[in-house]
Design a protein around this ligand. Sequence first.
Ligand code: FE2
Length: 286
Amino acid sequence: MSTPIRKVEQVITPQAASDGAGVRLKRSIATQTLDYLDPFLLFDHFGSANPDDYIAGFPMHPHRGIETVTYMLAGEVNHRDSIGNSGTIGPGDLQWMTAGRGILHEEMPKTRQGRMEGFQLWVNLPAKDKMMTPRYRDISADQIPVVEEDSGAVIRVVAGEVDGVRGPVRDVIADPTYLDITLSADKSFSYPTPLGHTVFAYVFEGQADFGRFEDDTEATASGPQLVVFADGEQIQVHTQDEPVRFLLVMGKPLGEPIARYGPFVMNTWEEIQQTLREIRAGTFAK
Ligand code: FE2
């Protein structure tokens, strides 16, 4: 029995965007090209050696109905939220925040020196959990296991499992897999993917072949680009004369209607109106 290899649906070059108080970033989910990749609502890559591109940060702002995952490659960010958490995340660290019924938080670069780089992913919450109690976890780089495979792949396991090694992020509602994979030149890597689950790769260094498009042409992606896979039971990645580093993210689609308004993602417009009434009345996240 052969295991069906996922074809590549799309290779997307991110769009330049600005968010927070003027942070420049590359957005590849929550755009006109790719509005929603159920259960993933947004994917941003911020990365610059120029402090003017990031120093304004993300001052205090609200969220409801989602979870956000921030993974840092370089630089440091101070964060603070309305449920009493504060701290700093640095290179290789991760924060996983469940907004649930409501949270206010800020994410501000710690210094104007050097390079700042990382990713933020928004994961949707199902209707039954949208109003859950908010929660927050900080995961430091040394808590994220690294697996070196015979294939030559070096994998930081943030969430999900590789060769029996499980990542530290486990109780996220959508049960996502989140891997940071480095593959040297002239190597192959494959990974099993549950049928029906959404799978994407985000290449941020180097280049690789991620399989074939539906028309059987080769799907190559080079950083920064997002690869969206069709359904199937595994993905296969090959490098040629260049190494590659990419995130591999997967999750179970919710299949529910969404009503999205900025940092709030609910199922109906009435729920969005209710959220805005709470903001105006000063009762949100209280
Ligand atoms: Fe936020």
